[in-house]
Design a protein around this ligand. Structure first.
Ligand code: SAM
Length: 225
């Protein structure tokens, strides 16, 4: 069988390959109960969830928070690839949190915490605010909204890594939000995921975020910065 990780330049150990295999089995087994993903075909899960999640891993270091993890993307694949990282997965839906706890237990992942809650609320908690070297998010919201969810968690000097499709328009529309929240665009690297454009957007936190952010979700959505 094709080793898709090799084809994208990742050389994984037997232990890592078997962790991905176990993760796939768990997704498959629990999908109907927890409603995690519309993608179920093995090759598609490996490409569109696993490889897609680890293409941004080179930008992720230190302790990181994954906002809106859903079934664990990108956090779990990144943790399998880089086991030295400390990870917090923040997810609003209780059922998905249950699934994530099952994954952490079954894959015996250490230094991984699952928090069930909403980003715009947790970011005002002193245990989370400006405490992370890195925040990540994939498929959660458009970049102006996502920046307001994620940048308040990041320490000054840290970064926010957003997994996006073709992001040119979103990058333009997020310029104002990123600036207001204390960030600056570091990099937007494009990847070709077998015909689909992916962009890893790296935003560096330069200044502390004003305590008024993030606002309540209704405000964030009605009037993005
Ligand atoms: N990141 C995963 C992925 O790439 O497959 C899940 C994407 S799913 C489309 C979006 C997830 O973000 C959902 O599980 C939803 O519950 C969660 N979510 C949306 N808004 C959130 C918020 N403000 N705080 C925490 N989680 C949120």
């Amino acid at each position: 069988m094709e080793n898709i990780f090799n084809n994208f330049g990742f050389n994984l150990s037997e232990k890592q390959l078997s962790a991905f295999e176990n993760y796939y089995d768990l997704l498959n087994f629990y999908n109907s109960k927890f409603n995690i993903t519309a993608i179920t075909d093995r090759a598609e899960v490996y490409l569109k969830h696993f490889v897609d999640s680890i293409i941004g891993a080179k930008y992720i270091d230190g302790n990181f928070l994954d906002v809106g993890s859903g079934g664990g993307f990108p956090a779990i694949p990144v943790k399998i690839l880089k086991p030295e990282l400390t990870v917090v997965l923040l997810e609003a839906t209780g059922k998905k949190c249950e699934f994530l706890k099952e994954v952490v237990k079954e894959l015996k992942l250490d230094n991984v915490e699952i928090i069930c809650g909403r980003a715009e609320e947790k970011a005002h908690d002193k245990f989370f605010r400006e405490k992370f070297a890195c925040a990540t998010a994939r498929a959660v919201a458009a970049l102006p909204i996502l920046s307001e969810y994620c940048l308040p968690f990041v320490k000054v000097g840290g970064k926010f890594v957003a997994y996006k499709g073709d992001a040119e328009e979103e990058l333009r529309s997020a310029e104002n939000a990123v600036k207001i929240l204390g960030g600056t665009l570091d990099k937007a690297e494009k990847f070709d995921l077998r015909g689909n454009t992916r962009t890893i957007v790296v935003i560096r936190k330069k200044k502390t975020t004003d305590i008024i952010y993030p606002r309540a979700n209704a405000k964030i959505r009605k009037k993005p910065l």
